[in-house]
Design a protein around this ligand. Structure first.
Ligand code: ATP
Ligand code: MG
Length: 568
């Protein structure tokens, strides 16, 4: 992968912006730019939605325009208030604000009904008594025109009467629909007398039982845009074939006509971005919930420690296209690292502890060592880290029998303890089962702070915590939720859950952390030196820290090597 080029927050040049620039030049909307973000409240927002949010809010902001948040809540059976609340919270978290322009398509049910009546009166819509199955049979195929419904030419008065009775609850679900009278021979299926309303005796999260007929997405969307005075209705490519219908409705009604523009939906490798599939993961218990840190939902990545800045920079960098591709997950992680590198304080944490005893260090003595909080940010200052006779280091930083390329601690070898001293390994103590229980060392008091006055070099610098002062904590290590680059691709007879990574979560419960991490507030982010970026989880309690690994360091070892070699 090539290193992504961070673009300005407003993003690289793209064809949607070009259209807006053109419209501004020709004064098409009298200089207005008004976009909307229209989620359906049937799940939590995911990283793909972030692309749409950044685009809609970003473009409007760039041109001094406005963006509405509109819930496309035309489907009562799948929608819940929990989803509405999470979406509101997530869009704010991402850094965008719709001010007083929070709308619901359900606000327009009355107007949409009146307009439907208007279309019936104009002979452009009719009540159809075919069942869903029959409608499907009548639709035709791509090479064959559809067949006209036998109800297509029923009288306007009859349709008006039936539609009123549909609304009044006189019919059972699925027995009738209202359809637009367009063209059963159109090469575009969407134009073959599409359904405008269906009967659904279902309670709606906002309108309760007021309605038992609900408008289809296609009928509701353009009209909602029109009501709100949207100039550019930006949506994903799968709606390209729906655009003629979008245009047909507003033209047939003779109302203000916004412009629909399509762009490519975001796909990420090793990631599924589909609310339906994410819901399956939650319902079947493959993850702990919508905000499980392995989920690509905004709630999940937020809990994991991703920052809104990183996500915005990522979205700005990927640009727009008219063909759907896939972006590497590593590219998103790049922007997370880049942002956290600047802002996250460094601390030392030992995830898989191995006890080190410094035999020549005075019993009971505790020194306060100076540690730099963030080498990328001089203003972040320094802190004191306790040092004593008994320490913990990472198990993997010691080898009793080191291979050739291993330069860290091993018998007879001297290494630097970051911000501490040079220590040299003198031997090990094993437990009954033969595992190393303790590593014994000596330290050189002349190397305090990590440099030898005689100029002697060591090949490795390792991190540590002092056993007496360390706080114990839990660290949750995450890897990709799916094993396949394209998790949607499955063998016959399987579903996408077959591609789940059984090792996507590893919980380390005996981690040893710098004492200052004992009471870190949920959401606080750190770099654990040499290990990666970590964020305090919502499950943490005072004295009982719980961390999520946000992202690894790219090349942790090379980095610390370089830093270790620099004169302090
Ligand atoms: P999903 O397929 O995940 O259920 P959706 O398109 O049904 O998504 P909506 O709530 O209808 O979800 O989407 C709200 C807006 O976000 C729409 O304008 C939609 O086009 C856009 N959007 C959804 N998924 C993506 C994606 N992966 N990339 C970019 N935009 C997206
Ligand atoms: Mg949708």
């Amino acid at each position: 992968m090539t290193t992504p080029n961070p673009e300005p927050a407003s993003g690289p040049s793209n064809f949607v912006r070009d259209i807006i620039l053109d419209d501004l030049k020709t004064n098409k909307y009298r200089g207005r730019v008004h976009t909307r973000f229209p989620p359906e409240p049937n799940g939590y927002l995911h990283i793909g939605h972030a692309k749409s949010i950044c685009l809609n809010f970003g473009l409007a902001a760039e041109f001094g325009g406005k963006t509405n948040l509109r819930f496309d809540d035309t489907n009562p059976s799948k929608e819940e208030t929990e989803y509405v609340d999470s979406i509101i919270d997530n869009v704010h978290w991402l850094g965008f604000d719709w001010q007083d322009r929070l709308f619901y398509a359900s606000d327009y049910f009355g107007q949409l009904y009146e307009w439907a009546v208007q279309l019936i009166q104009a002979g452009k819509a009719y009540v159809c008594d075919l069942t869903a199955d029959e409608i499907r049979q009548y639709r035709g195929t791509p090479s064959e025109p559809g067949k006209e419904s036998p109800y297509r030419n029923r009288g306007i008065e009859e349709s008006l009467d039936l539609f009123a009775r549909m609304k009044a609850g006189k019919f059972l679900d699925g027995t009738r629909t209202l359809r637009a009278k367009i063209d059963m021979a159109s090469p575009n299926f969407n134009m073959r007398d599409p359904i405008m309303y269906r009967i659904l005796h279902a309670e709606h999260h906002r309108t309760g039982n007021e309605w038992c007929i609900y408008p289809m997405y296609d009928y509701a969307h353009g009209q909602s845009d029109s009501i709100e005075g949207i100039t550019h209705s930006i949506c994903t490519l799968e709606f390209e074939d729906h655009r003629p219908l979008y245009d047909w409705y507003v033209e047939a009604l003779g109302i203000y006509h916004p412009r629909q523009i399509e762009f490519d939906r975001l796909n990420l490798t090793y990631t599924l971005l589909s609310k339906r599939k994410l819901l399956t993961l939650v319902q079947e218990g493959h993850v702990r919930g919508w905000d499980d840190p392995r989920m690509p939902t905004l709630s999940g990545i937020r809990r994991r420690g991703y920052t809104p800045e990183a996500l915005r920079n990522f979205c700005a960098s990927i640009g727009l296209s008219k063909t759907t591709g896939s972006i590497e997950l590593g590219r998103l992680e790049y922007f997370v690292r880049e942002d956290l590198n600047k802002s996250a304080p460094r601390v030392m944490a030992v995830l898989r502890p191995l006890k080190v005893i410094i035999d020549n260090y005075p019993e009971g003595q505790v020194e306060e060592m100076d540690a730099i909080n963030n080498p990328e940010d001089a203003g972040a200052g320094t802190r004191k880290v306790p040092f004593s006779k008994v320490l913990f280091i990472e198990r993997e930083d010691f080898r009793e029998d080191p291979p050739k390329e291993f330069f860290r601690l091993s018998p007879g070898r001297e290494v630097r303890l970051r911000y501490g001293y040079f220590i040299k390994c003198t031997g090990v103590v094993k437990n009954a089962s033969g595992e190393i229980a303790e590593v014994h060392c000596t330290y050189d008091p002349a190397t305090r702070g990590g440099n030898a006055p005689d100029g002697r070099k060591v090949k490795a610098t390792i991190h540590w915590v002092s056993a007496g002062q360390a706080v114990s904590g839990e660290v949750r290590m995450y890897s990709n939720l799916f094993l396949k680059e394209d998790p949607g691709q499955v063998e016959e007879g399987q579903d996408f859950t077959a591609n789940l990574n059984p090792k996507s979560l590893e919980v380390l419960v005996e981690c040893k952390l710098e004492p200052e991490l004992a009471n870190a507030a949920p959401g606080t982010r750190y770099q654990f030196e040499r290990l990666g970026y970590f964020c305090v989880d919502a499950d943490a309690a005072p004295g009982k820290p719980v961390f999520n690994r946000t992202v690894t360091l790219k090349d942790a070892w090379a980095k610390i090597e370089k830093r270790g070699k620099q004169p302090k």
